[in-house]
Ligand binder design. Structure first.
Ligand code: NAD
Length: 485
């Protein structure tokens, strides 16, 4: 079953599709842009429908044998992939900085999480269950069967990590996968699938890069059984509609508008830098970055002053500088979208506590840079509170009653994450239990584990990724009844 292991040294100058264990070029190519310099990165394939058909055919051919391997065999191979990733970690970190514009310290976190989550997900198991007391005279086994061919559709913000969430969860459950990176950040995903070549049988892990038509070709394809999608809620709805035509199984990890509720007894020395960091990490372009901060009126002025001081210390600029926290926005489209939000500051009468300049173009000849900005107590119904900005701009809002702040935090179409910050853990937990979100944290935010299901409620998602629940999303339950009497 396991092919010979080739040299794991990667050539970082050329990028290919991986189809049926081979590196395949396409007649057309495109390039993505380094968001810090606006320079073109190397060419990547632009897949055709024929490439999709070839990958699906290879996946279907690989599935029967792969689905019969044991969980332990699959874990061993995924762990070998993690070893190969570790052997190439500096190069992966470098490409993440160049393709996403994230600060090198953040790229190092992504690279480290990528191999640890790969191992963590590979260690999960969904054992068969026996329903002892189902009915007298019967033995009932609940089996969990792999679905078949999966496709993973990946966004540009955590390409390697999210790509590996999908690869590991799909493959450990006995399925095969085709991964599609974002056209804005395709490089790390193509390389990690290249790294899997030779380790896994041909057709088990494949990658296709392409333009805007590639995602819909995958969601429409009758040979694909499940789509695991991470991206915006608007695209997620299109994916779900498309998948309905072939009744594909679907997992959607979508946008967020995470609220952090800071109580009057919170430890501000701990909360301010943590909230500040998690609001501006990767320039606010992470689904579970803190996007609304509700601060109790008794400490509002103190918290705001502390946050402003903290934001002034945030290093913004060259993502290769180890001290940088906020690099550029990832692409010109996102940059223009966030610029429109900044343009609303004056006409809407929003009070800027720090930042507010539309861009840092004066300081940087090139690159999609923006100033970290805090908006002081804007109206609850303003766009900056109601919508996911996905940029380095965050509103701080005042609250006085628990009931009111919980209602305001919940008054959102989004429900990805939320947090409560207080010295009184019992009170904070009681408040947290009332928040409508897939992940809720007390005195922290953003924590993830391969063992803990992650995903959103409401318009933030559909089903879960990670944890045993995430793996179950790649399995079809089968109840097997054997009459014994
Ligand atoms: P996006 O929705 O524009 O694109 C995501 C992926 O979908 C890309 O690979 C894209 O090429 C593909 N795609 C686009 N149109 C498609 C279609 N019609 N059918 C199939 N695929 C299609 O999102 P983005 O701009 O890359 O990422 C940012 C968004 O993702 C934000 O809203 C963010 O909150 C969200 N996000 C969510 C999570 C999570 O786990 N919940 C994680 C990261 C990002």
């Amino acid at each position: 079953m396991v092919a010979t292991v080739p040299d794991t040294k990667l050539d970082w100058s050329s990028y290919h599709n991986v189809i049926n264990g081979e590196l395949r070029a396409t007649s057309k190519t495109r390039t993505a842009v380094n968001p810090a310099t606006e320079e073109a990165l190397p060419p990547v394939p632009v897949s055709t429908e024929a490439d999709v058909d070839a990958a699906v055919a290879a996946a279907r051919a690989a599935f029967p044998a792969w689905s019969k391997t044991s969980w332990d065999e699959r874990e061993a191979l995924l762990n070998k992939l993690a070893d190969r990733l570790v052997a190439n970690l500096p190069e992966f970190t470098d490409i993440l900085v160049r393709e996403s514009g994230k600060a090198i310290a953040t790229a190092q976190i992504e690279a480290m999480f990528s191999h640890t989550f790969l191992r963590g997900l590979a260690a999960l198991r969904v054992p068969e269950e026996v329903v002892d007391d189902a009915k007298e005279g019967y033995k009932v086994r609940l089996r969990h069967l792999p679905l078949g061919v999966g496709a993973g559709i990946v966004p540009w913000n955590w390409p390697l990590l999210i790509g590996l969430f999908k690869i590991a969860s799909c493959v450990i459950a006995g399925n095969v996968i085709i991964v599609k990176p974002s056209p804005f950040a395709p490089y790390a995903v193509l390389k990690v699938v290249e790294l899997a070549r030779g380790l896994f049988p041909p057709g088990v892990i494949q990658a296709l890069s392409g333009g805007d038509d590639l995602g819909p070709w995958l969601t429409e394809h009758p040979g694909i059984d499940k789509i695991s999608f991470t991206g915006s809620s608007a695209t997620g709805k299109r994916v779900l509609a498309s998948c309905s035509r072939t009744l594909k199984r679907v997992t959607l990890e979508l946008g967020g508008n995470d609220a952090a509720i800071v109580c009057e007894d919170a430890d501000l020395a701990q909360a301010i830098p943590k909230v500040g960091t998690l609001a501006f990490l990767f320039s606010g372009q992470i689904c579970m970055d803190i996007k609304r901060v509700y601060v109790h009126e008794a400490i509002y002025d103190k918290f705001l002053a502390g946050l402003v001081e903290f934001v002034k210390t945030i290093k913004t600029g060259d993502p290769n500088d180890p001290d940088t926290l906020v690099g550029p926005l990832q692409n010109s489209m996102q940059y223009e979208k966030v610029k429109e939000l900044f343009a609303q500051i004056e006409p809407q009468g929003w009070k800027t506590a720090v930042g507010g300049a539309p861009d840092l173009k004066s300081a940087h000849a090139k690159g999609f840079f923006m100033q970290p900005t805090v908006i002081d107590n804007p109206p609850e119904d303003s766009m900056i509170v109601q919508e996911e900005p996905f940029g380095p701009i965050v509103p701080i809002l005042k609250w006085s009653s628990e009931e009111d702040v919980i209602a305001r935090a919940n008054d959102s179409k989004m429900g990805l994450g939320a947090s409560v910050w207080s010295a009184d853990i019992a009170r904070a937990t009681r408040m947290a239990e009332q928040l409508e979100a897939g992940s809720v944290w007390v005195n922290t935010h953003f924590d993830l584990s391969p063992k803990v299901p992650f995903g959103g409620s409401k318009w933030s998602g559909f089903n879960r990724e990670l944890g045993v629940d995430g793996i179950k999303g790649w399995l079809e339950p089968q109840s097997l009844w054997v009459a014994t009497a």
